[in-house]
Structures are given as structure tokens and as C-alpha cells.
Write a protein that binds this ligand. Sequence first.
Ligand code: TCR
Length: 778
Amino acid sequence: GSIPAVLTQPGDFIIGGVFTIHTSPKTTEHTFMHAPEPLQCRGRSLRFARAMTFAIEEINNSTELLPGIRLGYQIHDSCASVSVATRATFQLINGLDPIFSLSASCSKSSTVFAIVGESGSTPSIAMARVLSPFVIPQVGWSSSSPNDKQQYPTFLRTIPSDKFQAAALVQLVKHFGWTWIGAVRSDSDYGNSGMAAFLAAANAEGICVEYSEAFYRTNPHSQIRKVAEVIQRATAQVVVAFIATGDMIVLLKELVQLGLPPLQWVGSESWITDLSMTQFGMFLGAVGFGIRRAIIPGLRTFLMDLSPAQASNAYTDTSQLRITNMVYKAVYAVAHGLHSLVCAEQNGSTLHCDRGMKPNPLQVLEHIRKVNFTLNGNRVSFDANGDPVATYELVNWQLSEHGQVEFVNVGYYDASAPEGKLLTMTRNITWTGGQSQVPKSVCSESCPPGTRKAVQRGKPVCCYDCVPCAEDEINSLDCVRCPSDAWPNPQGDACIPKPIEFLSFSEYLGIILAASSVVGACLAIAIAAVFYLHKDTPIVRANNSELSFLLLFSLTLCFLCSLTFIGRPSQWSCMLRHTVFGVTFVLCISCVLGKTIVVLMAFRATLPGSNVMKWFGPPQQRLSVLAFTLIQVLICVLWLTFSPPFPNKNMKYYKDKIILECDVGSAVGFWAVLGYIGLLSLMCFVLAFLARKLPDNFNEAKFITFSMLIFCAVWITFIPAYVSSPGKFTVAVEIFAIISSSCGLVMCIFVPKCFIILFKPEKNTKKHMMGKVPSKAL
Ligand code: TCR
């Protein structure tokens, strides 16, 4: 018949065991009575069952643990099948098989008080569902899927829950900066729940997953091929594989066939410590967490009981006892639980154990749950959830000197350590392809300074383009705008304050302009002095000296007022600037206007020339100058009271500097002042133009025309410069306009007369002057 293998040993108390001895449910011809062929005994599984019998033998020989009591066992082969495992469970709890006829030895067996098993999570869950209604304790040794006490109240285990392994893998991936990974898993409870825990934790850490594929060893070939092709096509260099050994072999064969270039594999505990996987070079450099290695004295000799022909090489290799130790621990935990239930100290000292006791399963469960003992130096205990403390070894697949792949322990993970100390590295890792450099697995390289990440539409956050920061932005993590008075440094990683610009006394331009205004003022004063010294000569007298002196005075002020434009603008200098300049200029122009009117009047109004001075004599002249000037004063007062100019930091105009300027306050005020000057000078120009041919004293009208021409030209060129761009050069242009137009007046109106007074005194006679008049005018 096709009865799965059963191995029994009678005893006072029987422990049940369900193991995956054959990996495929079809290979059921062999019973455990005859050792299976080496090929079917895929290494560890047979060793696991043998580890159980070894532990029971040890306990039976022990004088401390369960003295005088003989433990028996009944071990079933589940063939990695849920249905076979379930049937085995029923057999164990009934002691009878209701459906199949059992071999003689089995039918006599008594019921078990606890069950150790199964290997895989999926069959273990099936068993737990059967066992929990009868409250029969079950201790797993490698079923690691996160478990829920509500659903499986009678399940305990010696392997840590995979939720810790998932967290550990995320830590590992994060530690090496892999933000772009592939994920493959077994389509089983182990793979699905382990990967779900991993993905949730990875997502919380900002790790992006390019693909997540699932398959099972019994899937059609096309499905496995598809998974292999996804891995091949993807760009992620790191693949996290939450896969059971049996599934990994299948995938691996497919990948080898595809000729996949080496990737960095991050493995789960099931396959990362499986020697049968090392036959392929493809996984060299793989890293992952394994159960801590342990030493079980005497096990090797015990295993060697089988003839070498019956055992595979991996079976006898006891250098890597990881899961085997979990089986060993599980059996001991059950024995310790039983011990505390049936053994008690009698008469104060001798230990007595009750062989005939029929233990209540619930009590057994409670006692197993509470065990706390040391086994070969390892603590064994269960937490409230029935799980052990999670500790792992970080395993790295390295090439040994003999050219063989070996598992090198390169670090530890201890879930009970404080945050930040969970993962410790103890040795260097050799990466895939034998590299010593950590492989890179990112979707997009990190952005260079001066640029920022721009997530691509519909793609994970780890995939982005780098777009340059705006001109006024710096890059620290993202593009950050500098405050309005600062500007990025050339490297684009810090904001530096913008330089402040104004026309100062300490720069050449400022010094030259200030000097020329002072020189101009001195010139005007010097001319005034010359005129004063020769105030009785005809030239001075003929040019109605009163207006001339007033004009020279106002010209001096004009020169000097350009000084208020130089230096750091302050509230006062801003208010003074345009108003002082406006008033003094109007004073100037109105003096010139007065002179022109005098000339015009002399010839147009009263040709006989007798009473010009009566209509526009010195008092009228004075009055008109005063009136014209007062109008400008009024404009200025209104401007200053309603909206005076103020110093202003202009950050808008230039991106990289601040202009310290005088804001005119009211543009209307500013243009009114300038416009009034313009109006007067235009008037002056027109009148002087009309009078230019008239024979006045010494051709004054001609010179006035000329000076007004200079004046207007200068100011007209100034306006576009002023309106266009603010800055110190605009101010310089304005000063230049003031100085040059004042200069124009000085040069045209006074310098020729001075020249005659000083160097041609022979022409400075009444006769000479009178002689000219008729020749021109008449
Ligand atoms: N948890 C797997 C089974 C398993 C296993 C192993 C089987 C693990 N480790 C080592 C054989 C050898 C981890 C499960 O299904 O829960």
C-alpha cells in the first residue's frame, strides 16, 4: 500500500512528531522502517526526525530530566503535504486510524500528549486547526509565519516569528542604501506572510519595490518562467527572496537556464543556509538571516548510525546545526513541560515522577508554555505568544579557499536589543561577483547640488528626475528659496547676503563727481568775486548786476546740491536731494529768464528805450524771480508733506544685489518738480531764441540760447537713463546732468565776460559797448 512512513517507539508517555521526510507526496513507497534511498532523503529533513529521536534518547538516559520515565515517540512523514499532515495528526490523537489499516505496531500505540511539528507553516497551520479544539499542545521548530494566538491557541514554537526577520531584512536593505529592489516569494503561508510583513516595513522606510512576484514549486512551468523573466528584465540589482528551499531550487534552475547575470540576492532564512543551494554559483555574495548555529554534542555519532550509502553528505554535516537545534529544543521543551507536571520532590529531596498519570492536555500546554531552561548554553523559553526571542545570524555566501561556497557569519540581529543596535556587523561582506564594494540598487541617482528631485508621474517615489533649482534657490535637501535679501553662493548650496549698492564717497566715481561739484561751486564763487571787484565797469553794470549775482549764488548752490546725491541714502538726504535741487535750479532759470525778458522788453516793447526799466526794472525782476521760485517751493512743500521721498532697499530690480535708493515717494511730486524746471527752461529757451539777434549788451541773448540748448539736451538725455534702470549709475548720470547743465550756464553766460574783464580790459569801455549796438540792431 501507499502508507506514509511511521516510526514509533513505545514508552510511558508518547510524543508525536510530524516531519517532512519526503519532499514530494508521490514518493510514498518507502516506510521509515527501511531507510529511504539517499536521493529521496533530501538532507536536513531526515536529520530533523533523527534529531528528535536523538533528543528522546538523551532524555531517557538522563537522571535529572524525567527520571524513571521512558518517553516514546510516534513520528509521521507528512511528505510536505497538508492532507498527509492532517491525516497524521488524526492518527496521533486517536491512536487509531479510522480510515486506513495501520501496521501492527501503530495500532497498539497509545495517544500522544504533545506533538512536535510540522516543518512548513502551511501544514503546521492545518495541524494547529485540528489540534486546537482538543487543546493538544503543538511545538513547531521551523514554522515561522507570524502567528495569531487567537487562531492557534495551542501552538508554540522554537523558531522566531518571521515578522522579526522581515524587520531585520528591511534594516539590512536600508543599511546598504538599496531603495530600488525586486521581491519574489513562495506562494505559501511562509512566503506570502513573510513578504507582506517585509513590504509593509520597507514601505514605511521609503524603500521602493520594482516588482513583487510569487510562485510555488508545483506551479506550471510557464508561471516560474514568467517570474524568472521579470527578474531578468527588471533594473533592480537587489532581489529580496522570501522563498522556501523547495521553491528556490525550482526558480534557480530556471534562472540558470535564462543565463541571468549575477544579482545581489537577499535571502530568507529557509534557503540562505541551505547547503543544497550552493551548487549554483549564481547566489555567491548572497546575504540573509539564518537561525544561529549551535553545537549538539553526540549528534554526529548518532546520525552516523545509518550506513553512509543511506545518508547524503549534507545529512552528516553537523557544522551548520540551525533548524536541527530548533527540533532539539522543541523536544526538550516538551520534556521539560511534562517533567514539571508529573515529577515532584518527595520527602523534601528525592524526585519522584508519576509514570501512570494521564495528563490533562491543557495542563501540559500550560507547563510547556512556562518552561525556562538552558540547553547546551542556550536559553529556551516562550513569550506570551508562544514564540522565542528573535535572534539571527547574518549569513554571507563567500567562496572558500577550496573554491567552495561557504556560509560566513558576518553579523547579528537581536530583536531584544535597543533601537539602533538591532543589527551589528562583525565582518566584511563579499558581494555578488566577489566585489568588496556595496552594489548599488537605486531607481534614480541622488540629485547633484543645485538641483532637486521631481517625481515622475505614476512612478514610485524613488524614481525621479533632477531638475535645476531656480536661480535664487539653493539645494540642501530640496530646492529652497533664499530670503529676498540673500542670494545663492556659486556652489548653489548656501545663501549669502546680497551686496548693497549705492553711490558712495569712497569710490572713484563718487569722488570725481563730488570734486567736480566743488570745483564748479568754487568757479561760480570766483566769478562772483571778479564781478564784484569790477562792479563799476560797463560790462558788469550793463548786465544788470543784481540778477547776475543772484544767478551766481544759485549756481553755487546747484553745484553743491549734487553732493546730496552721493553717499548712503538716508531719510534726510532723500528729502533734500530733489527738493533742494529743484528749488535752486528754478532760482537759476528764473534769473536767466529775467535777463532774457529784459533784453526782449528793451527792444520789442519800447523801441525808444527809455522806460524799459520802468516796466521791468530791478523790483519787477526781483519779484518775478521770487514768484517763480515760490511756485517750486510750494510744489516741494506739498510733495514733502504728502508723500516725501524715503530711502528704500530695492531687491526687485536686480536678482543678485540690493539697490539702496531714494524712492521718490510720490512720482507726481517728482515729475512736477522736474516738469516745472523743464517748463521754465523751455520758456527761457524760446524767449532767448527770439532775442538772439537783438543787439543787447554783449550778445547775452545768444549765449543764453546756447546755454539753454545745452541744458535741455542734458536733461532730455537724462530722462531715459533715469526711468530705465535704478542703480548707482543712474544717480551718477543725474549728478552729471546737474553739474553739466550748471556748467553750461556758467560757461556761456559768465566765462566770456570774465575773459574780457580780466584779459581784454580795452574792450570793457562804454564806447566799445555802445559801438556794437547800432552795428547789429539798426
Ligand atoms: N520557515 C518555513 C519552513 C522552514 C524550513 C527551514 C524548512 C524554514 N526554515 C529550514 C526546512 C529547513 C522557515 C515555514 O514554512 O514557515
